[in-house]
Design a protein around this ligand. Sequence first.
Ligand SMILES: Cc1cc2nc3c(=O)[nH]c(=O)nc-3n(C[C@H](O)[C@H](O)[C@H](O)COP(=O)(O)O)c2cc1C
Length: 334
Amino acid sequence: MKLPKRYESLLGRKASIAPMMEYTDRHFRFFARCLSKRVSLYTEMVTAPAILRGDKDRHLKYDSSEHPLALQLGGSDPDELGRCAKYAQEWGYDELNLNVGCPSDRVQEGKIGACLLKEASLVGDCVQAMLESCEMPVTIKTRIGVDDYDSLDELLSFIDQNVQRGCHYFTLHARKAWLQGLSPKENRTIPPLDYERVYQVKEHFPHIGIELNGGVERIEDMKKHLEKVDSIMLGRAAYENPWLLSFLDESLHGESSNCSKRSDIVAPITDYIKQEIALGTPVHRITRHLGGLFWGVPGAGKWRRCLAGFSGKTDLGVDIIAETACAIDDVPSA
Ligand SMILES: Cc1cc2nc3c(=O)[nH]c(=O)nc-3n(C[C@H](O)[C@H](O)[C@H](O)COP(=O)(O)O)c2cc1C
């Protein structure tokens, strides 16, 4: 792969955590960063009007540990997206990503998400406006097809047109989306995964960055895909079983991991919770993301019950989180 200078920061990337509305907020991202130094992080999708007319601090704030961090934008108005790119640059993001994959009815009405896969030229205008307004790499996350617009040629044409406009990195969710008749959730399970299609795109465009997304849950599978594509994006698996992230630095980058046992990351997290409490953040907004840490391990129920204790309560000492994590880690596995 040979990327233009603006995109060189993406060259060593092997894994990222998918943008997920209601899930990958700044608190989850802080937690994820404690588990992997190298994984790239994405915000939830924020629409351009929400940034331009809403509370910028709420939408754009993040912790400095989160880098490398991409802001995912939803929109199709080049002028609005260009103005958002300026804010993203000002706030210090590392990458700007355009959502061309979300199939929900609500976003289709606003001409956002997967419906744009049929509008390569408009997406190109958006990409160009963003590139002209910032110095960051501008990337696109999309599906491999939408409705009957799902041939390899159509996908290659969409990508080619956007490469011409300056986008050199694409994340491909390896399923098509049906814009009518399936809910967003069904659109993440019913259309079959087609990894071969993503590999074919990389074969056609060896010089650009291609990241594969969809249904990847194990390190061994990531390694297999990485023989064919540049990077893997993990969505639900990273949220449901975040301990998976603790293996990425070593397995994919040959670097030592931050943590050898789950309780190792609880100290930085409790410090973070204390800082956030001082800023007025309700504790459960953070603890709600920690439930998967002991996924599949004896003691997972005890962990989740400990965290559930924070919902609605303001006077529970956060040190109970570390005590519970250490107690579960100390139980020898059978
Ligand atoms: C709860 C939830 C919210 C999501 N929100 C977004 C989003 O804001 N932007 C986006 O591009 N994709 C979104 N997605 C799709 C994911 O980024 C990803 O493409 C999809 O989950 C497939 O990857 P996975 O099989 O590894 O989960 C969302 C997925 C889930 C489960």
